[in-house]
Every structure is written in C-alpha cells, then in structure tokens.
Design a protein around this ligand. Structure first.
Ligand SMILES: N[C@@H](CCC(=O)N[C@@H](CS)C(=O)NCC(=O)O)C(=O)O
Length: 230
C-alpha cells in the first residue's frame, strides 16, 4: 500500500472528554488537518471495546488507523507526525527532537507530582503537595519559551500540545480545590505561553469547557479526600 493510500484510511480516536492525553491527540490531528471520527468512552465504566483495544493499560486515548491500534499519547503523536508530514509537530534538528521528546516524557511521567495538591485535603499535606507542584512548575518555567512563542519555537508543536493541560486543566483543578499553584508573578513565562497557546485557532476552538471541568473535578476531589470511615 502506498503512503498516500495509507494516509486516506479511516482514523478513529477513542477518548474521554476530560482527558488532556486525548486532547494531545485530537489537537495534533486538527493542526494537521486530518479528518477523524471521535468515540467517547466512559473511563469509570470501561467498555469491552476499550479493553479489547488497550488490554495492557486500559486507558484512553486509543488511536485506530486503518483498523490498526496505537495507544499511549506520546507514541500516537509521533505516529501522527510521521504519517501526515504536513505542519510538522517536531523540529527537524535531531537534538531539538530529542529535547522535545524529553519534555513530553517528563510532563507525562510527573503528572502525579504536578497534580498532588488537588488530591489532598486542606492542611499540611496539601501545602506540601502544592510546594512540590510549584517545584515541578519551576522546572518548566526555567525551560519555558523566552523569546519564542512556544516550547517548540515560533510555531505550536508536539511539546506544546503535550503541555496543554497547564492551560486548561490545572486552572480548573486550582479552582475546584481552592489552591493556586501557578501564580502569575512566579511563573511569567508559563503565563505568557498559556496566553499564546490559547490564541492558536485550533486550541481556541477545541478545549474542555472550564465550568464543566470544574464541576467534574469538585466531586472527584471530594471522593479522593473523604476521610476514611472505620
Ligand atoms: N500514559 C497514558 C496516560 C493516559 C491516561 O492516563 N488516561 C486516563 C484518562 S486522563 C485514563 O484512561 N484513565 C483510566 C484509568 O486509569 O483506568 C497516555 O499518555 O496515553
């Protein structure tokens, strides 16, 4: 099968509306202008289809192209960029590519450290977790774009879409928990990046609704922070 024929095959994304990992994939497809079918999954009541498509991790996103399945958002992003080379999402320079991969992995691996404060009850534990989140945010701040608009340069790229949770999800978690970690004074580069990111038409037109996200997070937080009954 030629590359052209393969590219024309049906693309499907199985996702869940609150998932920043799913948005990584749908943003990338939209930035490339690739048509796809979206199927909503309930991650709290997983379908047989999800278990069949992703038997190892049982998570979304699941990406299906021409009947072949790929899971793990970072791997899906690379596949998308290789399969549809228009509007490249990673730099061509091998070192810059390696660095982009490093940051994407860092953000994915450390998600628990960034979000810990949200899952802690008010008090010492929460203060500690908020400080930890800020230490990790500081790492991104120091690496963040100084002269360029985006992590990946002058144009939005794979690192930017992978950091997208900072722009929408973190804000909703802060509101739902009443704890602010990403203060404008301490994180000026990240705030500038968020403004630039939100102005990209594909992002502006496709993101989870803030009010709906806060309403989803509030009971979730209550569930996780409820004192254990004996
Ligand atoms: N490393 C995975 C993480 C995906 C992930 O954590 N997905 C969540 C939704 S945000 C999920 O499906 N959770 C269901 C579960 O953990 O059972 C990726 O990058 O795709």
């Amino acid at each position: 099968m030629s590359r052209n024929e393969r590219n024309m095959e049906e693309v499907k994304v199985i996702g869940f509306w609150t998932s920043p990992y799913v948005y990584r994939v749908t943003w990338a497809l939209k930035l490339k202008g690739v048509e796809y079918e979206y199927q909503e999954e309930d991650i709290w009541n997983k379908s047989d289809l999800l278990l069949q498509y992703n038997p190892v991790h049982k998570k979304v996103p699941v990406f299906v192209h021409g009947g072949k399945t790929i899971v793990e958002s970072g791997i899906i992003l690379e596949y998308i960029d290789e399969t549809w080379p228009q509007n490249p999402l990673v730099p061509t320079d091998p070192h810059a590519r390696a660095m982009a991969r490093f940051w994407i992995k860092f953000v994915g691996d450390k998600m628990k450290n960034f979000q810990g404060f949200f899952f802690k009850r008010a008090g010492e534990e929460q203060i500690k977790a908020a400080k930890e989140a800020q230490e990790y945010l500081k790492i991104l701040e120091d690496h963040g774009p100084e002269e360029k608009k985006f992590f990946d340069g002058d144009n939005i790229g794979m690192t930017d879409v992978s950091m997208g949770w900072l722009a929408f999800w973190l804000e909703a978690m802060e509101e739902a928990s009443g704890v602010q970690v990403l203060e404008a004074n301490s994180f000026p580069r990240l705030h500038a990046w968020i403004r630039n990111f939100k102005q990209v038409p594909v992002i502006k037109e496709n993101h989870p609704d803030h009010t709906r996200l806060v309403a989803y997070f509030k009971p979730l937080r209550e569930k996780f922070t409820k004192p254990a009954t004996t």
